[in-house]
Design a protein around this ligand. Structure first.
Ligand code: CA
Length: 228
């Protein structure tokens, strides 16, 4: 998972963005004000920053300049309103890497973020995962089996991606909870995880009663077996 920091004061937009980004395998930490952002950025190690420009307590450009002045090279993409477009040069001159004008297509945002990551020298992320008869199309957040699309919720999708990426390894319940829900603000406990696993199994296994891929390792957690 790529750790991404999202600063956006429009609650509905932030919510929608976080949901879409998480489906695209980004672990999203959110803030709605500069003050909150400064606090979270000081304590976190993020691979990417997505910053709104107009915020209740200042401008995203200002935050970017502060970070660059402090020596941070983290890739930054600005979200700007159409009437702010004239000032975008200022943002890019101030150390930003890219920008998108609202409203924008989420798909395009994700491709641009990936491009920024590649330019930043991160290994290009794979676009497709294949395991256990499933094809996971990461840019499209789509899982298919034999050409048929499986209807997964965001939580089920993220859980599946995590297990498949670690195919053959047993992941403890604790590790799964930490990896997928730590810092998201969502409260997910042990029982909820069991429910997610059960639902996911009912969708990805041909016979959910006798799973061949999503295996329970009693007393530890879960393991994905690609070949069975
Ligand atoms: Ca705003």
């Amino acid at each position: 998972m790529t750790r991404l920091f999202l600063l956006e004061d429009d609650e509905a937009l932030a919510e929608a963005l976080a949901w879409a980004l998480e489906k695209n395998d980004f672990a999203v930490t959110r803030a709605a004000t500069l003050a909150e952002a400064r606090k979270l950025l000081a304590g976190g190690d993020f691979a990417l920053l997505v910053l709104d420009v107009g915020l209740p307590d200042g401008s995203g450009f200002g935050l970017c300049r502060e970070l660059r002045a402090a020596g941070s090279a983290v890739p930054i993409l600005f979200l700007t309103a159409a009437d702010e477009e004239v000032s975008i040069i200022r943002g890019l001159d101030g150390g930003g890497d890219d920008y998108m004008t609202k409203p924008f297509q989420l798909g395009e945002l994700c491709s641009r973020l990936r491009a920024l990551l590649r330019r930043a020298g991160g290994a290009a992320a794979p676009q497709t995962l294949r395991s256990g008869g499933l094809v996971i199309d990461l840019p499209g957040c789509r899982v298919t089996r034999g050409g048929r699309t499986l209807e997964l919720t965001a939580a089920e999708y993220r859980l599946l991606c995590l297990l498949v990426r670690h195919a053959g390894q047993t992941l403890t319940r604790r590790a799964i909870l930490d990896e997928l829900w730590d810092g998201t603000g969502d409260f997910v406990d042990d029982n909820t995880l069991s429910v997610y696993v059960r639902r996911l199994r009912s969708k990805v296994e041909e016979d959910p009663g006798a799973p061949r891929h999503l295996l329970t390792v009693r007393g530890f957690g879960y393991r994905w077996e690609g070949e069975a």
